[in-house]
Design a protein around this ligand. Structure first.
Ligand code: AMP
Ligand code: MG
Length: 422
């Protein structure tokens, strides 16, 4: 790990006695979460990204029968020549999906195709490229082979009765292939977390509306919606709520009655927070944090009646960053999985990065390979917390921990990629 950069935050913002660190916020959220426990049966085709609610015990062996891994000739391994060559009579053909009744005797072999069950009396396959064909019904085999070669044993991948997957497994494409190979048509999974969200602000208009002087389009609802879709949760979009006491209280009540998690953006910065804070305090148990991070300092977190509540900042980049750092892992946990550990990599800083110690900075960056095939990273553009274009250009965050006091050009930094391709 390079000297000035740590992947984990360690100290609090020296300049703000009331702020908490990124790690403290994350730990506090983690401690409060209670996973969704209701279960449902879903067809295997609908199970991608769902979390298993029970262990899957294999009802069969995989492969279900001992079979050939090659096209070639099956024979009894003890019948192979120890030296020189030997000729064999080809007495039958074994195809995938069929069984051969006849027993293969000494001096005999059976033409066999990949995946075909091993016929009685055989335990070894000589691949066709290594056998010399002598007319239609005879082959010559030399002494380079070993007993048992090119054969897949029944149950060698998954033995019958073994646990193929544990409860809590987040199902991926390969898992669904494995489960299909075991014959599972339906899977018992946890219900998805339900997330209700809305934007707050008198200046906001939804796309499709016409903007009046001083108004802006509500972009957070669309980036949030997209991030919730990526997170694989059930989404309840409640639109824009005015900066109005009774409208806000009604929205908080309605959201918390429908959802496991309520997310808002905007309205938590100083000045606006007053009555929002009052309503939230009345309806739930809240922490109003200033987090020693940039962007995205204010964050409200707590229980809103029976739901978890995240009050994200209003600035579009701060929304995306705080969602990724705090909400997304919380949703993964609520869904029944683990709190995910993000993938971080080291890269060479293409430019110097200015920073003062005290807070954790997430610099929007572009990660790429340089002409020497080294991972290299540079900022993706202006870093103001309202500048969404640099977020859109970015494929990673450059993580500058609290104690970092700047990065020199060429120095190694820790980077959290958003995507797996560059
Ligand atoms: P606030 O936290 O409500 O004071 O908002 C901080 C900044 O973010 C202000 O410039 C808002 O106009 C802007 N903002 C708040 N919510 C949204 C939104 N949903 N879409 C775009 N910008 C927003
Ligand atoms: Mg506002």
């Amino acid at each position: 790990m390079p000297k000035k950069v740590k992947s984990q935050p360690s100290c609090m913002d020296a300049s703000d006695a009331h702020s908490i660190s990124v790690k403290q916020a994350r730990d506090a959220i983690r401690r409060t979460l209670v996973a969704v426990r209701q279960q449902q049966l879903v067809p295997i085709r609908d199970a991608l990204g769902r979390v298993l609610a029970e262990d899957c015990i294999s009802p069969i062996d995989v492969p279900s029968h001992t079979n050939s891994a090659m096209d070639g000739y099956a024979l009894n391994g003890t019948d192979l020549p120890v030296e020189g060559v030997r000729n064999y009579r080809v007495v039958a053909t074994a195809l995938a999906g069929q069984t051969v009744d006849m027993v293969c005797g000494p001096g005999q072999c059976i033409r066999i195709m990949t995946g075909a069950p091993m016929p009685p009396g055989t335990d070894t396959v000589v691949m066709q490229e290594q056998a010399e064909k002598l007319g239609d019904a005879r082959v010559r085999i030399d002494s380079r082979h070993r007993v048992g070669q090119n054969v897949r044993q029944a149950g060698e991948d998954i033995p019958k009765g073994s646990r193929a997957f544990e409860s809590g497994r987040l199902l991926r494409a390969a898992d669904l292939g494995v489960l299909a190979s075991l014959g599972f048509a339906e899977l018992r999974v946890y219900r998805r977390p339900r997330v209700a969200f809305f934007s707050t602000g008198d200046e906001l208009r939804s796309v499709g509306d016409v903007l009046a002087e001083g108004e802006i389009f509500d972009s957070n609802r669309y980036s949030l919606h997209a991030m919730l879709e990526e997170a694989g949760v059930d989404i309840i979009d409640m639109g824009v709520v005015r900066d109005d006491r009774s409208a806000l209280e009604a929205a908080f009540r309605e959201a918390s009655s429908m959802a496991d998690v309520v997310i808002t953006s905007g309205g938590v910065s100083v000045g606006e927070a007053d009555y929002t804070r009052e309503i939230l305090d009345k309806l739930g148990k809240m922490s109003f944090w200033t987090i020693a991070m940039k962007p995205g300092r204010p964050l409200t977190f707590g229980r809103l009646r029976d739901a978890m509540f995240f009050g994200l900042p209003g600035n579009p980049v701060a929304v995306m960053l705080t969602f990724r750092q705090f909400v997304r892992p919380a949703l993964a946990y609520l869904a029944g999985g683990d709190w995910p550990t993000p993938l971080v990599v080291e890269a060479r800083a293409e430019t110097a990065l200015k920073k003062r110690p005290g807070r954790f900075e997430f610099v929007r960056g572009v990660l790429s390979y340089d002409d020497r095939n080294r991972l290299t990273v540079c900022p993706s553009g202006a870093q103001g917390s309202g500048v969404l274009t640099s977020m859109s250009r970015a494929n990673c965050f450059i993580l500058l921990a609290e104690d970092c006091d700047g990065v020199a050009e060429g120095e190694t930094v820790v980077v959290e990629p958003f995507a797996i391709t560059l």
